[in-house]
Design a protein around this ligand. Structure first.
Ligand code: ADP
Ligand code: MG
Length: 377
């Protein structure tokens, strides 16, 4: 008869720890791609070219023209918690880069085959390195190996192959490759709108023409037009709001005073750029692009507050488009909430949300009035 007492506690194997952690960061091809795009932007790239096979499950390749990676850093590139972006805890409160955890490439090497070709301006040649489970390997023999010299342009090309090859349950969950591809296009579209001075392209490996191609010399408004279409672009209202210079909507609206009364301490300085659809635009679901300090994040609170504003403006079953880029004093934002960094917490969230949705409401009402006015004359 077996004893029912407690079982002994054991230390998990390092490789198991890493694979479990990787599964938290890399949910699907689109989440890998988000990390890779952020790395390209952190590297100062102005051109980002993406190639996809089988919805990113077979291959995800991303080529940039950024600063490149030093050859001497390649041996630890895919180790967990290796980063060029953070060195002290205090740095977190003024972080300007997307990355800081040094986990993305490591995670990819634990759930896929990762290879890198990179060249810095000062190197005469490019270097190619492949990784499995955090360490440099020869892709053919799987034995440990050194980076190899090869031809290449300045910048970095990262290739992820056979995503989730070693986690069969997760692999099975990804049957619908066209669904994965549309999620990939969605991530690229959002970053392309927020970074209209960076040229993005994305194509399937089997196709010669790209599904997304931006010139890298646009305004946010032009990028929205290019990527979401002309009919939305003609129905957009643009406005800027900030904590210190409250915007005064140029008509006497009963909500004015309320909106102006919100009293923010000078320590929570923020500013917002908004592009939102007017009452003539009616989509089947809400498109909400939220960037907080340039991070693509989710906030159900903000989404709900916009939906409440539009509830009174749009007919039933019709939904808006909202792009909101919110810049907040980095000391007031906690970016280290979740390994995927898909959520951030910030001070005065409620007041800021309320202020932004109030002004959106006023602008929509104003537009409604001027429309009626046009009809009357
Ligand atoms: P993090 O971005 O949090 O630092 P990552 O695992 O995403 O962690 O990347 C590790 C490091 O690899 C980065 O800090 C950076 O130095 C380097 N790196 C990754 N991708 C690129 C790239 N596209 N261009 C230049 N350097 C890169
Ligand atoms: Mg990163």
């Amino acid at each position: 008869e077996q004893e029912q007492g407690p079982k002994p506690i054991r230390r998990l194997e390092e490789s198991l720890i890493n694979r479990i952690a990787a599964g938290e960061i890399i949910h699907r091809p689109a989440s890998a791609l988000k990390e890779l795009i952020e790395n390209c932007l952190d590297a100062g790239s102005t051109s980002i070219r993406i190639t996809v096979k089988d919805g990113g499950m077979k291959l995800l390749q991303i080529q940039d023209n950024g600063c490149g990676i030093r050859k001497t850093d390649l041996p630890i590139l895919a180790e967990r918690f290796t980063t060029s972006k953070l060195s002290t805890f205090d740095d977190l409160s003024r972080i300007q880069t997307y990355g800081f955890r040094g986990e993305a490439l490591a995670s990819m090497s634990h759930v896929a085959h990762l290879s890198v070709i990179t060249k810095t301006k000062s190197e005469p040649v490019a270097w190619k390195a492949s990784y499995i489970d955090g360490v440099l390997v020869d892709p053919r023999t799987r034995q440990s190996s050194e980076p190899r010299a090869c031809a290449g342009n300045d910048g970095t090309t990262i290739t992820i192959e056979d995503l989730f090859y070693n986690t069969p349950t997760r692999l099975q969950a990804f049957r619908n490759i066209s669904e994965e591809y549309s999620r990939i296009l969605d991530v690229i579209t959002k970053y392309a709108i927020h970074n209209p001075k960076v040229s993005f392209s994305c194509k399937k490996a089997t196709s010669s023409s790209p599904d997304i191609a931006t010139p890298g010399s646009m305004s946010v408004q032009q990028a929205i037009r290019l990527l979401y279409g002309h009919s939305l672009a003609t129905q957009l209202i643009e406005t800027n709001i900030s904590s210190d210079k409250p915007e005064n909507p140029d008509n006497e609206d009963s909500n004015d005073d309320e909106a102006m009364d919100v009293d923010l301490p000078s320590s929570t300085n923020w500013s917002a750029e908004l592009h939102f659809s007017n009452a003539n635009y009616q989509a089947k679901k809400t498109t909400f692009l939220l960037f907080i300090n340039h991070r693509l994040v989710e906030s159900s609170r903000m989404k709900r507050s916009f939906e409440a504003v539009y509830h009174g403006v749009l007919p039933k079953g019709a939904f808006p488009f909202v792009y909101l880029s919110l810049d907040i004093d980095p000391r007031c934002v906690d970016v280290n909430v979740h390994p995927t960094k898909r959520e951030v917490h910030f001070l005065k969230e409620e007041e800021i949300t309320e202020r932004i949705s109030d002004i959106t409401q006023q602008k929509l009402a104003l537009q409604g009035q001027s429309r009626t006015f046009e009809y009357q004359t």
